[in-house]
Design a protein. Structure first.
Length: 323
């Protein structure tokens, strides 16, 4: 599998990364171990987790797997903090108080002494931005995290944070983690160009749009979070996801690839993307996404996949005359 630079850190990441979201729920320790082994064998060198996944069990399971000799240092391990992990008033957010506690709790569950990439899971407008960034810098200096990063931020929020860090001499975000797939292309408008300009790594999640781009719902009754989970129902409600999936299934039939391979491969091929996080409840589900790492889709096919959905409009007006 190809490697790409994580922004200007000097770190190199595989073009696919393993998402640990199902660890501790759909996948017990044996299942997660088999999935991680399969990914390592395929050349994946990073795994992504969060303190809220499976109520903390995802980090616990991943932490167990990291104890396997030699495994910790083969992997760039990321986690995320900020979403509420309890009912207390300070059990979430990006206050210095919560960040400090949350990172210690994640380190305990992961049974490691450092988190390689720590994302703020979402922007917290309640806590002063300088306080959040200074707390992250302290965590870097304490050796508890290697790189701070941001997930689900708008481009202006990332840019503002980068400016504050430069001014103060604090460790800057090394990466962003936006949602990005053939149906949700908003990242193309501001996030991806901003990340290229600022030399940030971009590790995207959700390449199958919660499963619909696997093609399993096309002409068939299937189960999965896309049709069962209210969060996904709300996220894709206004978009013609099933029609896009049908187009992808047709391209898959013509090209001899699985629709999931095309969806992941297309997203991974977009300018500015460092790596795509893939996931599944089972090895069988993961296989076609993993295949995107070696599929080498040609330019015509990448263009045909991209033509299934409109490019989002540019961020500013006065671009009409350039078309
Ligand atoms: N930063 C964030 O806020 C954020 C948010 C979400 C995820 N992430 C990260 O990104 C990783 C990947 O995200 P994601 O799980 O949302 O990715 P995704 O690729 O959009 O969705 C994966 C889901 O699609 C379905 N699926 C996958 N392959 C399939 C196949 N071959 N056939 C049928 N169904 C298939 C499965 O769900 P069903 O069986 O339910 O259909 C699977 O769990 C996560 O593990 C996590 O690390 C980050």
């Amino acid at each position: 599998m190809k490697l790409r630079p994580l922004g200007d850190t000097g770190v190199r990441l595989s073009t696919l990364g393993l998402g640990a979201l199902p660890f501790g729920t759909d996948l017990d320790e044996d299942g997660a171990a088999a999935m991680l082994d399969r990914c390592l064998d395929a050349g994946i060198n990073h795994v992504d987790c969060a303190d809220i996944y499976s109520g903390g069990r995802a980090e616990t399971v991943l932490g167990q797997l990291l104890q396997n000799p030699g495994r910790r240092d083969r992997l760039v391990v990321s986690s995320k903090v900020s979403f509420p992990t309890g009912r207390g008033p300070n059990d979430g957010g990006s206050s210095r108080l919560h960040l400090t506690r949350a990172v210690d709790a994640s380190l305990r569950r992961l049974q490691t002494d450092r988190i390689d990439v720590l994302y703020l899971h979402r922007f917290d407008a309640r806590a002063a931005l300088d306080d959040q960034l200074r707390a992250l810098d302290d965590l870097v200096r304490a050796g508890k995290i290697v790189y701070p990063a941001a997930s689900n931020f708008a481009a202006w929020q990332v840019a503002k944070a980068l400016g504050r860090c430069e001014l103060r001499g604090w460790a800057r975000f090394a990466a962003i983690q936006p949602m990005y797939n053939l149906i949700k292309r908003q990242a193309e408008v501001e996030l991806l160009p901003m990340a290229q300009s600022e030399r940030l790594g971009v590790i995207c999640y959700g390449p199958l749009a919660g499963g619909v781009l696997s093609g399993k719902y096309v002409g068939a009754e299937a189960s999965g979070r896309f049709v069962e989970d209210p969060m996904y129902l709300a996220r894709y409600r206004d978009l013609d996801a099933h029609a896009v999936a049908a187009g992808l299934v047709e391209l898959a039939r013509q090209s001899g690839h699985h629709p999931a391979t095309l969806a992941v491969g297309w997203a991974a091929a977009q300018p500015g993307v460092t790596s795509m996080l893939i996931g599944g409840r089972s090895l069988e589900q993961l296989a076609p996404s993993l295949a995107a790492g070696e599929a080498d889709l040609d330019d015509d096919l990448i263009r045909a996949i991209g033509a299934l959905t409109p490019q989002p409009p540019p961020a500013n007006d006065r671009n009409e005359e350039r078309r």
